[in-house]
Design a protein around this ligand. Structure first.
Ligand SMILES: [Zn+2]
Length: 195
């Protein structure tokens, strides 16, 4: 399956939080397995085995500890999705309260070309991979989609709302352009080893 610039519709403005162009060669894939280092909330964390662990997974400082190597890819991705749901839930609630809007719901997905989207019905979608980025980036993505509940466009009023909710809007846009697509290297099994 390819991901690339062709999925980006030409009418979309460049400032949309897109994942970027290009596709990734298998050799750059970093699977979620012991020994690998993956980012979480902007900091590198090494995945390590700890058979004495009581829970299947524990985040401890800069280590993600796993009790067993069995099913580790699914386990780590499931944990990241869970953390993404919590972080986006908190950030969306905060920004929505500040703007006086009410989203209809939040879905966490693995969107290939977008970090987030908002439907006309008020549903917000986000990529779980944003939880690997620094917290201010996730906060910006939440602010961006919440601002769309007022302005369904990328005009000056939209950006004014967005920057009002998240003062780090411009820094986050820069981070996503420079680093965002690198987050798509993580967690995919090389050669389809696992579904
Ligand atoms: Zn947008």
């Amino acid at each position: 399956m390819r991901r690339g610039s062709r999925r980006r519709r030409p009418h979309e403005p460049a400032t949309r939080p897109t994942v970027g162009r290009g596709r990734y060669s298998v050799k750059y894939i970093i699977p979620f397995e012991p020994g690998q280092t993956v980012p979480f909330r902007g900091r590198p964390r090494q995945i390590r085995l700890d058979p004495s662990l009581r829970d299947p997974l524990l985040l401890e400082d800069d280590r993600i500890l796993l009790a067993s190597p069995a099913g580790c890819s699914r386990l780590v991705e499931g944990w990241l999705r869970h953390e993404a749901r919590l972080a986006f839930g908190e950030a969306v609630a905060r920004h929505a309260a500040a703007l006086g809007v009410e989203p209809r719901g939040i879905a966490i997905r693995d969107q290939k070309t977008r970090w987030g989207s908002a439907s006309a019905a008020g549903r917000l979608n986000f990529s779980w991979r944003a939880v690997m980025a620094p917290p201010f980036v996730l906060d910006y993505l939440a602010a961006h989609e919440v601002a769309h509940l007022r302005e369904m466009n990328h005009g000056p009023r939209f950006w004014s709302l967005c920057r009002g909710l998240c003062p780090e809007t411009d820094a986050a846009e820069r981070w996503l352009k420079a680093e965002g697509r690198g987050l798509h290297r993580y967690g995919r099994e090389p050669m389809g080893a696992e579904g």
